[in-house]
Design a protein around this ligand. Sequence first.
Ligand code: UD1
Ligand code: MG
Length: 440
Amino acid sequence: MNKRKVPLAIVILAAGKGTRMKSEKPKVMHEIAGRPMIGWLIETAESLNPEKIIVVTAPGMDDVAAAAAPHQVAIQETQRGTGDAVKPALPFLKDFNGKVLILLGDEPFLDKNVLEKMIEWNGMSVMAVRPLSPKGLGRMIVNEDGTLDSIVEEKDASEEQKQIRLCNAGNFCVPASHIAKWLDQIQANNAQKEFYLTDIPKIAEKDGYLTYVVETDVQWVWGINTRSELAEHERMAQTRLREKAMMNGATFIDPNTVYLSFDTQIGADTVVEPNVVFGPGVTVSDNVVIHAFSHLEGVRVEKGASVGPFARLRPGTRLEENAKVGNFVEMKNTTLGAGAKVNHLSYIGDSTVGAKTNIGAGTITCNYDGYDKHKTVIGENVFIGSNATLVAPVKLGDGSFVAAASVVTHDVPKDALIVARARQLIKEGWANLYRSRKKK
Ligand code: UD1
Ligand code: MG
């Protein structure tokens, strides 16, 4: 890791209740592309090579603390505003000399280059945005020389100040030497009776520190305070993820209908048809086809395999090279061997299926007895007839043959045929007799 010339510490504020989300869940745990928003921000923070990252959270927000690991967690006992929220991080910065970058946990997509510019500035700096809709944001009053005069929160702003388009992005870079002193001087004399971090520039000015304003580009909304802003960020994330996958050589027939997760990996010359959802943990190799309306999560798909349409692949599934999963097939925690096929209407769970095995339409593995899960082990070159029921735990030897509609409850030896169903009974002419009896 490259050491910075001036050491950097990053404080992420994530203790807020997120009242406007109307949720039981802490705001920063709401997900974007399958990952809590704070995860996106921590990744950006880590890319800046800081000495330490401290995440400020509230008592009881254990999920936030877990998402912050292995970084340090500071607890803000009562949520009294962004200015107060930095204080619990101070004990972690006691002997720290350098810059402290303060980031807001509800802004997952910060531009690393803009943060670098803020850190480079020799003094105080603040991030600014000009979003299409400035609703809810603090407005920036800027001096003629481009430095910051002050920030006015929307709730405290006059009608005239509300017309200002330049807004506070919320992130500050503060010299560690002064941070405790300046935070101490913040007062809660405002419309919300909160301690505003945005009061810091005015306080710093008295010590001769002017605040440098670094503007960042935004497409639409800035920060996530409401569900619709969350959806807007999801849209931005999806656009970027699709773009990245296509740059890496995947074909999307209708990109806007394919939903990706933050960690989805798709190989070159793989074709993804419309209306496919990739949950977290999916890796797809080259030359694969994912047909329409398939749903994959926690899955690895090797070269040349084919999935769907209408397939559901759940966590722990692995398709080896050229394996084929067809329509209305659900798989979970199963390895499907090279060239093996499950083409129609099946549930295969907690199983291993050997190479070139063919699983007939409607085959079901009964992996659950109401208490425990059991394994089904199917060898290579096995042929399973339609509508077979495999009651786990059970093993089917290589090359074995299962007659259609069999209920398999015992292990099947290699190359054996198993017929486990009632024998067919034929009564010649019975139907005619039945009909004439009924007519009478
Ligand atoms: C804040 C800024 C506003 C800026 C906007 C940009 C202040 C006073 N206002 O407003 O100028 O335009 O961000 O997005 O800073 N938090 C705590 N403890 C608290 C309060 C908040 O940890 O006591 C955390 C929240 O979890 C959140 C972040 O700080 O992640 C920002 O808080 P939020 O209430 O969303 O501030 P805004 O009203 O958006
Ligand atoms: Mg906010």
